[in-house]
Write a protein of this length. Structure first.
Length: 370
């Protein structure tokens, strides 16, 4: 049986892919492609989809949309004695989830089974030696392929840092050197992701993709099916999910997480909607790191990039890797200040609450230096 893994990376279209797989469960299954559930809610949702002929996925039920992330978090939790994130609720054990996948593969006998779990890229950090044999036992007997999408490190860290703001974290800005917190993690060690997965499934066909090429090919959904050689033609340019706020609004969100934590979700959603109404300096022109941090980032990433390139057989995996050291023309603080003025005008009519409006009216942005 063929098993196609998508192991991320974060912020490379994984949510769009998972949403597509969950909402097209029946169409895929009828084509011999299984996106297996791992727990009771997912099984019930898939049965309801088969009964009614239309997807029954609840938009906010992450266990149904991202079942294999739930599996990844359970395996990590059991290997490291850490807590599963609260958004994955009522999960069975890792053994039960792996067994549930295996039973569906056996009974339904699909041509392809898709395992989509970008969280599993994090296992390079800890717990891998315990998790590795569990994956081998279940999957090495199958004909496996593995797709890993990677963004150039400066673009990736910017996107991931914004994701941390969405989660409500109170963190330092990248211009103050916050990048260093990622250097020993899977958010930076691209080479270790490839190495450990290739050691776990040594007979698998690996496709490591530059995210720029993924976008050019039509997005993560189209590219994944093509790279995995699955005989199914998804529509091009499917809806983008898990959108981040523009760079110019990141500083506003960072302050909001600290000042009005109980309203962070309202603030995030408001900023996403406001970005459609107000004029902002484009991301391509906003500098989040500063020259000193960019120089340090490039220096730290060069050896990792060299090893990664060697692993995948390319002279340069990221042809523009040296551009990591080049600053964009407008400092984040300048872009944020201009955005705040526009937000205050917009918030008069569109703020979701008095707390959000009052926060924006009273916010004072200070310049800081790397």
């Amino acid at each position: 049986m063929k098993v196609a893994f998508f192991i991320g990376h974060h912020k490379t279209g994984s949510t769009s892919l998972q949403t597509f797989l969950a909402t097209h469960y029946l169409t895929l299954l009828q084509s011999g492609i299984l996106y297996p559930a791992v727990e009771s809610k997912g099984i019930a949702s898939n049965l309801a989809t088969m009964l009614h002929g239309t997807a029954q996925v609840e938009p906010n039920n992450i266990n149904v949309r991202e079942p294999h992330n739930a599996l990844a978090f359970a395996l990590i939790s059991e290997a490291t004695a850490t807590q599963i994130p609260p958004w994955h609720k009522n999960l069975p054990s890792g053994f039960q989830m792996l067994q549930t996948i295996e039973e569906q593969m056996t009974v339904l006998n699909p041509r392809h089974t898709i395992i989509c779990l970008e969280v599993m890229s994090r296992i390079v950090e800890s717990g891998w030696e315990s998790i590795k044999p569990r994956l081998q036992t279940r999957f090495e007997k199958h004909e496996c392929s593995v797709v890993l999408n990677l963004r150039r490190i400066d673009d990736y860290l910017a996107a991931w840092h914004l994701q941390q703001l969405k989660f409500g974290l109170v963190i330092e800005p990248l211009r103050n050197g916050a990048q260093h917190r990622y250097y020993q993690t899977s958010h930076f060690r691209y080479d270790q992701i490839v190495l450990r997965w290739s050691q776990t499934l040594p007979n698998a066909q690996f496709k490591v993709r530059n995210y720029t090429d993924v976008i050019a090919a039509g997005g993560s959904v189209v590219d994944f099916f093509a790279q995995s050689q699955i005989d199914f033609a998804p529509p091009k340019n499917t809806a983008t999910r898990n959108i981040s706020v523009p760079y110019a609004l990141a500083e506003v969100m960072r302050h909001a997480n600290a000042a009005i934590p109980n309203h962070r979700a309202d603030m995030w959603n408001y900023l996403l909607s406001a970005a459609q109404r107000i004029e902002l300096i484009p991301n391509a022109e906003v500098e989040l790191f500063g020259p000193k941090n960019r120089a340090a980032l490039l220096k730290a990433f060069r050896p990792i990039h060299k090893d990664l390139s060697n692993m995948v057989g390319l002279a340069k995996f990221f042809p523009d890797v040296e551009d990591i050291g080049q600053c964009r023309p407008i400092a984040e603080e300048v872009a944020a200040s201009a955005a705040l003025h526009a937000l205050r005008r917009d918030a008069t009519d569109h703020a979701p609450s008095a707390e959000v409006r009052d926060f924006l009216m009273g916010l004072r942005l200070e310049r800081s230096h790397p």
